[in-house]
Design a protein. Structure first.
Length: 393
């Protein structure tokens, strides 16, 4: 099995398990007999430990070996998903989501760092876009399948589906990936030193700040899609799953447009245009004129979002090549802290002011982010022209 395909499967499993809860908030709230605000904690219960554990797994991956860490964390993610499916109530499900999120935190960022280690910089934008395709497909199926399966088979069946995906990815990593690095002693001092190297780069804080804000304003709004559907009488969990799936479809189309976008916009233009477009599209989606229109708007916003995020990923892999695992771990931590905090804050604001004003606020925030974010990348594209997609093996 090709190197990038296995890494993509690992990213798919992590994304699938993360997004599975988003369309089911109303179903979970009714079945577990808790409020919407309480059940929204299930999204943050995954993303907060996911983000926090980046700070642990980054140095561990640099020392122990990234492939070894991917194998271990996929196996533990599968355990957490099985426990989630068997959870008797809200508190136990919350604990299982914390466990799952903690170990899922050692998958996607370590996958990205592995690509950085094994793929030359001039081939990296295309290689990362292929892994990104697997990631957004995981979001697509995680969201769409959760809505349909949750509606007709119950929320426990959704977690069993995620369990099967995680087990498949773990087996692929065990039997299809070769660890090239010899394990080294894990040292707290060495770990802190690696983070020090990353943070010495003045670009680091800027990149991490922008990725946290985009996570808060874009992905932080996802748990409110189902309430938006209800607000405009467009449906509930199934329809929310379709809308969130459309976002992922837009991201998938983006991965095929990478060479063209880099050639014509450059990295800075991709970031600024993408952020402004996401903001305008979220504002338009707030009107909720019809389900097809909202789905199309989310598909376009998915395309635009990954114009920003993929460029930030590329920048993160070069912040500190000698401590790449730690650099990408900090990047992912910032992104998912932003998501978790954004989901909490926006859900509370929606309870006070309504769902539509929160969508408008998130859209305005993304528009405001466009100019400063667009100044981060170098003026010239990292490669010109981009090579055709190829396996690094």
């Amino acid at each position: 099995m090709p190197f990038l395909l296995i890494l993509g499967l690992a990213a798919f499993a992590s994304a699938f398990s993360m997004r599975a809860v988003d369309p089911m908030l109303n179903i979970l709230a009714a079945d577990l007999k808790v409020t919407l605000q309480e059940v929204a904690l299930l999204a943050s219960a995954f993303t907060l430990p996911y983000a926090a554990m980046q700070l642990v797994f980054g140095p561990i991956g640099d020392a122990l070996g990234k492939v070894r860490l991917i194998r271990i964390n996929l196996a533990m993610l599968a355990v957490g998903l099985a426990v989630s499916a068997l959870a008797p109530g809200h508190s136990s499900l919350l604990a299982a989501r914390v466990f799952s999120g903690a170990f899922a935190g050692g998958v996607i960022p370590v996958v990205l760092a592995t690509v950085g280690d094994r793929v030359a910089f001039d081939r990296r934008p295309v290689a990362l876009s292929r892994v990104l395709l697997a990631l957004v497909l995981g979001q697509l199926l995680g969201s769409a399948l959760a809505g349909v399966v949750g509606q007709y088979m119950g929320w426990r069946a959704v977690f069993w589906c995620a369990f099967v995906v995680a087990v498949t990815a773990a087996l692929g990593a065990i039997f299809g990936l070769k660890e090239e690095a010899a394990p080294q002693p894990i040292s707290l001092a060495a770990s802190l030193a690696r983070y020090g190297v990353v943070l010495k780069n003045p670009l680091s804080i800027k990149v991490y700040g922008v990725v946290a804000l985009e996570g808060a304003l874009t992905f932080g709004i996802f748990p409110l899609v189902a309430p938006l559907m209800v607000e405009h009488a467009l449906g509930d969990a199934v329809e929310a799953g379709l809308v969130l799936g459309a976002f992922a479809i837009g991201g998938a189309f983006y991965t095929f447009a990478v060479p063209l976008l880099v050639r014509h916009l450059g990295l800075g233009g991709m970031v600024s245009c993408g952020a402004a477009a996401v903001g305008l599209l979220l504002i338009a989606a707030a009107a909720g004129s019809s389900l097809p229109v909202v789905a199309v708007l989310f598909a376009l916003s998915g395309f635009a979002f990954y114009m920003i995020h993929n460029v930030l990923q590329i920048l993160a892999t070069e912040l500190a090549p000698e401590a790449r695992g730690s650099a990408v771990a900090l990047f992912a931590s910032a992104f998912f802290v932003g998501q978790a905090v954004g989901a909490l804050v926006l859900a509370q604001m929606a309870g006070l002011f309504g769902v539509v004003p929160v969508f408008l606020l998130a859209g305005l925030g993304m528009i405001a982010l466009a100019l400063p974010a667009g100044l981060l990348p170098p003026r010239k594209a990292p490669v010109s022209p981009l090579p055709s997609p190829a396996s690094p093996d």
